[in-house]
Design a binder for this molecule. Structure first.
Ligand SMILES: C[S@@+](CC[C@H](N)C(=O)[O-])C[C@H]1O[C@@H](n2cnc3c(N)ncnc32)[C@H](O)[C@@H]1O
Length: 333
């Protein structure tokens, strides 16, 4: 397994304590986010997808779309601003002509790919129609459940299939890998970008974050009980190999949570990382804790508040591991 960044110890900046203001300045920043208004299902004050309601435990409202915008930023920041790691542009002749983005969410990745690959056709699929209407002509979106047979014929095979942050949305990952394999052209690439739902630290301070530890254990337990495990990132490369993919690569990067790193680039990423995890506490907690663990709405909110309070404390030098896993369908496969 290749780990370009994950083996490096991140030095702590002892001169500048992380503060709540890092988070507020980002929340108030002038980043703009897309939103769309449709009829959906409401639960515990959050809005959920209507198509195949109940299948995916995260909301799809504007708050969630804002969170996804932060996540998009992080996934790119960690790999130097790129949208992908697979070698899809290694030769001009190999530039993809048909690209599929499964679980596209707001479609932000697909839209940027459409700009970068103007001669390619990009298709995004999702349970929620939360993509903007102003897509360029080479980008389209369809509502489709990735757990059902994908809505494409063999004549519509793809050169590159991408999915990001789908942990918690897929029950049968082996079936997912088989479908991806079947819908790729020989020699085509599959790339899955996924973070671990588990915090770490190089200096052991993560062990003092007892609420965060408890939260991630409960998320792990409840997502498994729900039937769609959240923490799948470390398993993806193995499942790809099992499905027959070759040239499997798992690039792992540390995403700091907070501005504690000494390195300025990691410090910047850490600021965004902190906002993103704080914004993730409620959406991850609400449905899983109330639907699966039997918490009331008030109990789930009180619990989430304690987790957030701990995340605001600057004494934890924690990070999350992000996996960029890519693999190729064999030329003769
Ligand atoms: C965490 S969001 C990530 C969105 C997007 N990939 C991104 O990185 O910005 C996960 C998305 O997957 C979608 N999703 C979850 N389960 C799905 C399924 N079975 N089929 C299709 N989409 C699904 C959700 O509706 C949601 O938009």
């Amino acid at each position: 397994m290749s780990r370009p960044n994950a083996d490096e110890r991140i030095l702590v900046d002892t001169s500048d304590e992380d503060s709540i203001y890092d988070t507020h300045s980002l929340v108030d920043s002038s980043l703009s986010f897309s939103s769309s208004v449709r009829d959906y299902c409401y639960e515990n004050g959050r809005r959920y997808h209507a198509y195949r309601y109940g299948q995916y435990p995260m909301p799809n409202d504007e708050e969630e779309q804002d969170r996804l915008a932060f996540m998009h930023h992080i996934f790119k920041l960690l790999i130097g601003g790129d949208l992908y790691r697979a070698p899809i542009t290694s030769a001009p002749a190999s530039r993809p002509k048909r690209i599929l983005d499964i679980g596209t969410g707001t479609g932000v990745w697909a839209l940027e790919m459409a700009e970068d690959f103007p001669n390619a056709e990009i298709v995004g699929t999702d349970l929620s129609p939360i993509q903007p209407n102003y897509a360029p002509p080479n980008c389209s979106f369809i509502i489709d459940d990735a757990e059902s047979d994908w809505a494409f014929t063999s004549d519509e095979a793809f050169d590159y299939i991408h999915a990001r942050s789908m942990g918690g949305g897929i029950a049968d990952w082996r079936q997912f890998m088989n479908q991806a394999y079947a819908h790729l052209k020989p020699g085509g690439w599959l790339e899955l970008q996924e973070y671990e739902a588990w915090v770490n630290s190089d200096d052991g301070t993560h062990e003092d974050a007892v609420m965060v530890q408890d939260w991630q254990e409960k998320l792990d337990q409840s997502s498994k009980k729900f039937g769609k495990q959240l923490n799948v990132a470390p398993c993806l490369s193995g499942w790809m190999r099992e499905a027959g993919f070759v040239n499997v690569t798992d690039d792992v990067y540390k995403c700091p949570v907070g501005s504690w790193p000494k390195n300025p680039r990691l410090k910047e990423i850490g600021r965004v990382g902190k906002v993103s995890i704080i914004e993730a506490v409620e959406p991850y907690t609400l449905a899983l804790f109330t639907r699966v663990l039997g918490y009331s709405y008030e109990e789930a909110q009180a619990y989430a508040e304690k987790v957030r309070a701990e995340l605001f404390r600057p004494s934890f030098h924690i990070y999350v591991l992000y996996h960029y896993v890519y693999a190729q369908r064999p030329m003769d496969g």
